[in-house]
Design a protein around this ligand. Structure first.
Ligand SMILES: Nc1ncnc2c1ncn2[C@@H]1O[C@H](COP(=O)(O)OP(=O)(O)OP(=O)(O)O)[C@@H](O)[C@H]1O
Length: 397
């Protein structure tokens, strides 16, 4: 019997941390076009002019935050060499800050010392803006405020006031620029035209990474994270190919490389191989499925299970009415009453949004009507492992 004692293996990794989210590389690879545009948009700062307000958008994990930190670091460094240029940058993540009010408070508290912070409630909105502009006026020089995940702010009064503070004379001496970052591609469209025109003076769109760019990102981390020659040929290429196919998200590709290394270490392997990558991918896909349907009602999970059964039998893509038969059998087995076709369709739509299934619309013209056919968009084995975890061992049967 194992004693479950802990011993460092000292194998595989040199610095595992270099694959974690928090690790910031010194150089940013694979983003030349985006960095060139972003750099140009920031140029007025170093000229001593009023900064442009910049809007950065693109899907999750495409380097928006990393590029912002990278360029602002360089900008701060280079600004110190310029006489008379006093630059301050403030980064706020708006995740969890649902309103303009809360965001304004967060900026104030970032600017004030710890003894002088204000609370999230109790002040009229107008006073909070007054405090904010006071702080910014006192700071002087040039100030850049980065609002990451800016789409979380549900009402746009701050997004209107802040970029216009100088033209409205709310701020007199300080040169203020706002950088909004968002991965919600509809956010910009939904902004009122007056907010859009001031917040989005300059825009930089970040595209999804292709396989070549992901290779560059992964190789840069390999050099730091892994011991020499631990990765077998093809491992980076495979992680990059999966990453580009899935979503072009560097975070996911890095997670895949990390998980592959973990599996190699768990199994006492000397090298990380393509097989480890494939196993890691399946593990991560299962985790993603579990995360997606974990808080689903039991019926949502049974609908997915029914579709999985059809997929295994080679009977997918399938219409709702075809999914209904195995679904009802499962309901009987679980002792619960089936839900309506309409409710099944709603679950199928949600499963599609989660990337677990996909559908095609079939249009039979006037007489045949329109309907959708559904199929799994993830490997059967990952879906089954996910369902097994949630519904018990029979789900794998
Ligand atoms: N070009 C790159 N070179 C090196 N590492 C990168 C690069 N792009 C992204 N990364 C890494 O990938 C992860 C995700 O990147 P980042 O947070 O910048 O994405 P994002 O576009 O801001 O995504 P989100 O909208 O989800 O916040 C980070 O760990 C980051 O360091």
């Amino acid at each position: 019997m194992s004693t479950f004692s802990f011993k460092p293996t000292g194998s595989i990794f040199e610095e595992r941390e270099a694959l974690l989210e928090e690790w910031t590389p010194d150089e940013l690879v694979g983003r030349d076009e985006e960095l060139t545009q972003y750099h140009a948009a920031l140029q007025p700062v170093i000229e001593g002019e009023t900064p442009s307000n910049i809007f950065i958008y693109g899907k999750s994990g495409v380097g928006k935050t990393a590029a912002t930190r990278f360029l602002l670091d360089r900008l701060e460094r280079d600004a110190t060499n310029i006489d008379g240029l006093d630059l301050n940058t403030i980064e706020i993540n708006c995740d969890g800050l649902n309103t303009s009010y809360q965001t304004a408070v967060a900026i104030i508290n970032e600017l004030r010392d710890p003894a002088n912070q204000i609370s999230n409630t109790g002040y009229p909105q107008a006073s909070v803006y007054e405090f904010l502009f006071d702080e910014l006026n006192q700071l002087g020089g040039t100030v850049l405020i980065v609002l990451d995940e800016v789409d979380h702010i549900k009402n746009d009064s701050l997004l209107y006031k802040l970029p216009r503070a100088r033209s409205n004379n709310d701020i007199v001496d300080t040169k203020l620029g706002v950088i909004g970052i968002s991965n919600d591609l509809n956010f910009r469209k939904q902004l009122s035209s007056k907010v859009r025109s001031s917040l989005c003076e300059k825009e930089v769109s970040f595209s999804a990474y292709d396989a070549t760019e992901l290779c560059e990102v992964l190789r840069q981390r390999e050099a730091v994270a892994f011991q020499e020659n631990v990765l077998k040929d093809g491992v980076i290429d495979l992680c990059a190919a999966f990453g580009a196919k899935d979503s072009g998200d560097a975070r996911q590709a890095l997670d895949l490389l990390l998980e592959s290394g973990d599996i190699a270490r768990e199994t006492n392997a000397e090298h990380v191989t393509e097989l480890h990558v494939r196993q890691a991918r399946e593990r991560l896909q299962t985790d993603q499925i579990i995360k997606g349907i974990d808080n689903y009602s039991q019926h949502g999970q049974l609908v997915l299970w029914a579709l999985t059964i059809l997929e295994e039998q080679g009977d997918s893509p399938a219409r709702t009415r075809e999914i209904r038969a195995p679904y009802e059998t499962l309901c009987e087995r679980e002792g619960s009453d089936p839900i309506s076709d309409r409710a099944i369709r709603e679950y199928l739509a949600e499963l599609e949004t989660l990337g677990i299934t996909s559908s095609t619309q079939i249009n039979r013209g006037k007489s045949g009507g329109k309907y959708k056919k559904h199929k799994l968009d993830q490997p059967v084995s990952s879906v089954k492992s996910g369902l097994k975890e949630l519904l018990g061992p029979e789900a794998e049967a």
